[in-house]
Design a protein around this ligand. Structure first.
Ligand code: COA
Ligand code: AMP
Length: 628
């Protein structure tokens, strides 16, 4: 199957597309009329929402459960059949139309993990509006940057989110973001939650109930397959987020295919992606893929620990009969730390549970074997990114599992022609580490461009190695053809499965009045995998207390980027280690903080700086445990 997908992608994906309901079939499976900007299913017309909801009702499956909302933080469990969900989505879509939203308009969704979020996304898809969901853990400034770029006509938000037992009011963040963005006039729809009511602004805000109550249901609007379905912003190497654009047709074909062949699912089974709808995993595997494929999907408003205990995941699996779970390794590390023996697992009947998929960061072999030994199911690490929208490398369960090599994400998935290149663009031999690239065309479902920014799309992903897409990850392919993803080639770090830009954090630190220069790097963390640490050099003449400045820096990052940055350590140093040409040696600082062995670079301008950094870190208890 893999060979077929590479040798004849048009036939391969044309065949996969037969599973989708089209209003008009494509003129061409793969068009490249616009140079490297390949387009899948050119000329075809369909509606994504129809394929996710109405189609199942038309097939006589309207009573099947589409969505289970399980919220340990509010003690609510609610089930929606495909018919229930379609009716709510159609009403919401009708409300949007009544308020002037039409095909191509952008709608920003800044919501917690509640059913209204899924309803809003699908309502946009129903009328061809382009949604842009912003993760709730981002601060007002980050939301403002997304509003400024997407230029929405309407924003849907909620009165609050709930972090374990902490109620987080969203409305003040939203109001601040709108002001900061300088965008308007805007209409805001606020879903009032009982835990906290938000004051609405007359003439600008309406409630979710008003949107839903006063309207006629809207039918599905025919959309061109290559039209955008959504924009999802992700961290780049600077403070400016990149708006990944996903189309309608290719996206649906790829996701539907993946449910069967990657996850080995059957329609009617229960799929649970324990992520957040604000991330790509949530878009693809809480909302679009399981619904398109006719599965039951779970929307879980809780964590792997603390809601209320490390048995939270097992309770959900047992209670809702989950067949396959998909989450990030960090969620398992958190469970492992609180329940090392897996005692909570024994309290639940997990007999229906078949497989665990992990992604978002490399799964360390310890976590993999802990999960496998205690759950007694295959544990599958698979590799992907916001840009691709679905897995690039995986053990494709639907094609029969291959032997698992802990630390490897197994093999390239059909559709992805993976190569490993050196810095000159020459292909490397097996087992040699280099830049991982994907030969164009990318398969359906991958980004088509960056919102309003073809130039950066080309520059970031296509320009470096003509004919290839640059993943930004480094790694190798071994002699058995297994893929090993070893880390990023840029300044992106992965904290608790969340992708963060150290460049964006550096921009915040550099804006502090006392900071002359700074560097942010990732340091190993037992649960989150990696957490950011900032090194700052103060301007000459600053005499204020360093600890006070460090505290200010920590709160600046929290305020400007959000709590999700997990930025808790800033260290004032006398100088940053640099090469003689002035390049900051971030890698060496990271090794010192991690306690791994490092060589003093021959090009360093002043080796004594490294000793000072080591001493500053030692005072703060780094490295936590010396490692070889
Ligand atoms: N709204 C507001 N704040 C949020 C938030 C949201 N939606 N999500 C997270 N935060 C806050 C957290 O409360 C925390 O705040 P704190 O610094 O005051 O404690 C901070 O952001 C960092 O969050 P996180 O890194 O998620 O840490 P955590 O301790 O709350 O949870 C895990 C740790 C491992 C349980 C959790 O990160 C997890 O389950 N991760 C799974 C990752 C995932 O879903 N990845 C997506 C790809 S599969
Ligand atoms: P995001 O866009 O937030 O999904 O983050 C994508 C990045 O996370 C990838 O480019 C990788 O660096 C990393 N990543 C995701 N899944 C894996 C995995 N299974 N193994 C290694 N790295 C991963």
């Amino acid at each position: 199957m893999y060979r077929h997908s590479i040798d004849d992608p048009e036939q391969f994906w044309g065949h996969a597309a037969e599973e989708i309901s089209w209003e008009k079939r494509w003129d061409k499976v793969l068009g490249n009329s616009s140079g490297p900007y390949y387009r899948w299913f050119e000329g075809a017309i369909l509606n994504t929402c129809y394929n996710c909801l109405d189609i199942h009702i038309d097939r006589g499956e309207g009573d099947r459960t589409a969505l289970i909302y399980d919220s340990p933080v509010t003690s609510v469990i609610k089930k929606y059949s495909y018919r229930d969900l379609r009716d709510l989505v159609a009403r919401c879509a009708g409300g949007l139309v009544n308020h002037g939203i039409k095909k191509g308009d952008r709608v920003v969704i800044y919501m917690p993990m509640i059913p209204e979020t899924v309803i809003a996304m699908l309502a946009c898809a129903r009328i061809g509006a382009i949604h842009s969901v912003v993760f709730g853990g981002f601060a007002a400034r980050e939301l403002a940057a997304r509003i400024r770029d997407a230029q929405p006509k309407l924003i849907i938000s909620a009165s609050c989110g709930i972090e374990i037992s902490r109620v987080i009011p969203y409305k003040p963040l939203l109001d601040e973001a709108i002001t900061l963005s300088g965008t308007g006039p805007l209409l805001c729809v606020i879903c009032q939650r009982p835990q906290s009511q938000a004051a609405l602004i007359d003439g600008r805000d309406i409630s979710w109930d008003q949107l839903m109550d006063t309207t006629q249901p809207a039918p599905c609007v025919p959309c061109i397959a290559t039209d955008p379905l959504y924009i999802l912003y992700t961290s780049g190497t600077t403070g400016v987020p990149k708006g990944v654009v996903r189309d309608n047709g290719g996206h649906l074909v790829a996701l539907n295919w993946s449910m069967k062949y990657i996850y080995g699912m059957k329609p009617g089974e229960v799929f649970w992606a324990a992520s957040d709808v604000g991330w790509v995993v949530g878009h693809s595997y809480i909302v679009y893929a399981p619904l398109a494929y006719g599965c039951t999907t779970i929307l879980y408003e809780g964590k792997s620990v603390g809601t209320p205990d490390p048995g939270a995941f097992w309770r959900v699996i047992a209670e809702h009969g989950v067949d396959v779970l998909f989450t990030a390794p960090t969620a398992f590390r958190a469970i492992k730390r609180e329940d090392p023996q897996g005692a909570f697992i024994k309290k639940y009947d997990l007999s229906k549970f078949r497989m665990l998929f992990l992604a978002g960061e490399r799964c360390d072999p310890d976590t993999l074997s802990w999960a496998k030994d205690r759950l007694n199911v295959p544990v599958i690490d698979h590799w992907w990114q916001t840009e691709t929208g679905w897995a690039i490398g995986a053990n494709t369960a639907g094609l029969g599992l291959l032997p698992i090599k802990p630390g490897s994400c197994t093999k390239p998935v059909p559709g992805y022609n993976i190569r490993v290149l050196d810095d000159h663009g020459d292909e490397l031999a097996p087992c040699q580490t280099g830049n991982i690239v994907i030969r164009l065309p990318l398969p359906p479902g991958c980004l088509t461009t960056l919102w309003n920014n073809d130039h950066d799309f080309h520059k970031t992903y296509l320009a470096e190695y003509p004919g290839y897409y640059l993943t930004g990850d480094a790694g190798f392919i071994d002699t058995d053809g297994y893929l090993w993803i070893m880390g990023r080639i840029d300044d992106i770090i992965n904290t608790a499965g969340h992708r963060l830009s150290t460049g964006a954090m550096e921009e915040v630190l550099a804006s502090h009045r006392d900071v002359a220069e700074c560097a942010v790097t990732g340091v190993a963390d037992e649960v989150k995998g990696e957490i950011p640490i900032g090194f700052v050099v103060l301007k000459a003449g600053v005499t204020r207390n360093s600890s006070e400045i460090e505290r200010e820096l920590v709160s600046m990052v929290r305020e400007r980027i959000g709590p999700i940055a997990s930025f808790k350590i800033a260290v004032v140093v006398r100088r940053l280690p640099k090469t003689r040409s002035g390049k900051i040696l971030r890698g060496t600082m990271k090794k010192i903080a991690d306690g791994t062995e490092y060589r003093v670079p021959a090009t360093i301008d002043d080796p004594a700086v490294l000793d000072e950094i080591r001493e500053s870190l030692a005072i703060r208890g780094f490295p936590k445990k010396p490692k070889k």
